[in-house]
Design a protein. Structure first.
Length: 126
């Protein structure tokens, strides 16, 4: 169960360019992206730390899940999102991107499918 955190940044609406950039990011989350994609990613990452979605590694090189940074008793902690376990790093990165999009823009993210290299290639394990 996730803690509700107010999210929408007033006055921000996704543009056609934002939608195009989100597709480019999803195709290759670890790729060398141009300025427009980097700008979108930076805007989505400006959400305050409390309430930010992040990637949590559950088992190195095998399973990851999205997590939410929350504050409990004055301490920052991660709240893992139930039922959202991924076996590729690309998929979880795209899921975190999608959740940040929805938090930032206050609207559903475009349909995104992870693509690109496999984690075994990224980490030299295969």
């Amino acid at each position: 169960m996730t803690q509700q955190v107010e999210g929408r940044f007033p006055g921000h609406a996704p543009t056609t360019s934002d939608h195009d950039c989100s597709e480019l990011f999803a195709r290759d989350p670890f790729g060398r992206h141009g300025p427009a994609v980097r700008d979108l990613f930076a805007r989505l990452s400006r959400i305050p730390q409390i309430g930010q979605f992040v990637v949590y590694c559950m088992e190195p090189y095998r399973t990851w899940c999205p997590a939410l940074i929350v504050e409990r008793d004055g301490q920052r902690t991660l709240e893992l999102l139930a039922g959202a376990v991924f076996t590729t790093r690309e998929e979880v990165e795209v899921e975190v991107f999608r959740r940040r999009w929805e938090r930032y823009f206050g609207s559903p993210a475009p349909e995104l499918t992870a693509g690109g290299t496999t984690p075994s290639r990224i980490y030299g394990r295969g």
